[in-house]
Design a protein around this ligand. Structure first.
Ligand SMILES: Nc1nc2c(ncn2[C@@H]2O[C@H](COP(=O)(O)OP(=O)(O)OP(=O)(O)O)[C@@H](O)[C@H]2O)c(=O)[nH]1
Ligand SMILES: [Mg+2]
Ligand SMILES: [Zn+2]
Length: 288
């Protein structure tokens, strides 16, 4: 009789996965059908049975609380997004996209205004204010600051670090877990080519699992419709209820409560601009 066991996907590379079960790891082989239909993702819980001493066969995935296909990871407890204002000056639109995708996937997000040692407090404060008022959890960080509070926040969680290249993801992981043999994202500089980025894995650092996904420093926008885009911006979604047209996209329609709110400064212009940017991008993607 085959005994099905429930394991956790620790690593994925092409058609192989490494499954952790109790204190052991096994090389997991999955049928093509399981790969194609269910897309086995890192940190998936999967049902498997033992084939030999070291190999197991993955039969199917268990339910997911959230997932991304790029990078291929499931069941995140927290998504940490890093944004810096200098070296590099990051594009706030990536930040807004990540917050939006986190909302659509129901993943808690911790927003770090990072490399804070390089900028004046007065320049960061308005951004902290904006995103805090929108309901996001924000920390102002630097590898040169004390990281105890951040480290405590990550304890016991499976976490993905995301943010533009050069923002300091790898350095932060090294600073948080000094003894860790970190490679997190180290090779992402070699480009986003398919051949260099074929594996993703979970690295255990003390009580925290960090997703190492070289080549996936930023989340990609999946296919979406205009209403998904609106849902990524909670303040726009809320204000849209007051627009004259129930299907208002807040572009050129008359009596648009969203545009009025932007003019009055009730909705930040940067957020409205991000909304417009992704609305347009979504339209262009559909044409292709
Ligand atoms: N001043 C300052 N520099 C930092 C900080 N964190 C990282 N750096 C520097 O920023 C540069 C980029 O850091 P990385 O950790 O490689 O950035 P990354 O996000 O991993 O970049 P990719 O792997 O390309 O996506 C390095 O030269 C770091 O020394 C910080 O808090 N303050
Ligand atoms: Mg890196
Ligand atoms: Zn409107």
């Amino acid at each position: 009789m085959r005994v099905l066991l429930l394991g956790r996907v620790m690593r994925r590379e092409r058609y192989n996965v490494v499954i952790a079960h109790e204190d052991r790891t096994h090389l997991g082989l999955a049928k093509k059908k399981v790969w194609e239909q269910e897309k086995i993702l890192v940190n998936d819980r999967v049902w498997f049975y033992q084939v030999s001493d070291t190999e197991v066969s993955v039969e199917r995935t268990a339910g997911r609380k959230n997932y991304f296909l790029r990078p291929p990871v499931a069941n995140l407890d927290l998504l940490v997004y890093l944004h810096s204002f200098k070296n590099p000056q990051c594009d706030v639109r990536y930040l807004d996209l990540t917050l939006g995708l986190g909302k659509l996937q129901d993943i808690p997000i911790l927003l770090l205004f990072h490399k804070a040692d390089l900028v004046q407090k007065e320049d960061v404060d308005p951004w902290v204010d904006l995103y805090t008022k929108l309901g996001y959890e924000v920390m102002v960080t630097s590898v040169h600051y004390d990281l105890t509070v951040l480290k405590e926040r990550l304890r016991g969680k499976t976490v993905l670090f995301s943010g533009p290249t050069g923002v300091g993801k790898s350095s932060l992981v090294k600073a948080l877990w000094k003894e860790a043999p970190v490679r997190v994202g180290d090779i992402s500089r070699t480009g986003r080519g398919k051949h260099t980025t074929s594996w993703v894995e979970l690295l255990p650092f003390e009580d925290t699992y960090v997703v190492d996904a070289p080549g996936f420093s930023l989340l990609e926008m999946p296919p979406m419709n205009p209403w998904d885009i609106q849902r990524m911006f909670p303040e726009i979604e809320a204000m849209a209820k007051n627009c004259f047209f129930s299907d208002c996209l807040h572009l050129k329609e008359p009596h648009c409560a969203v545009k009025e709110a932007v003019e009055k400064g009730l909705i930040a212009e940067s957020r409205y601009n991000s909304y417009l940017y992704y609305l347009k991008k979504q339209e262009e993607a559909k044409k292709r």
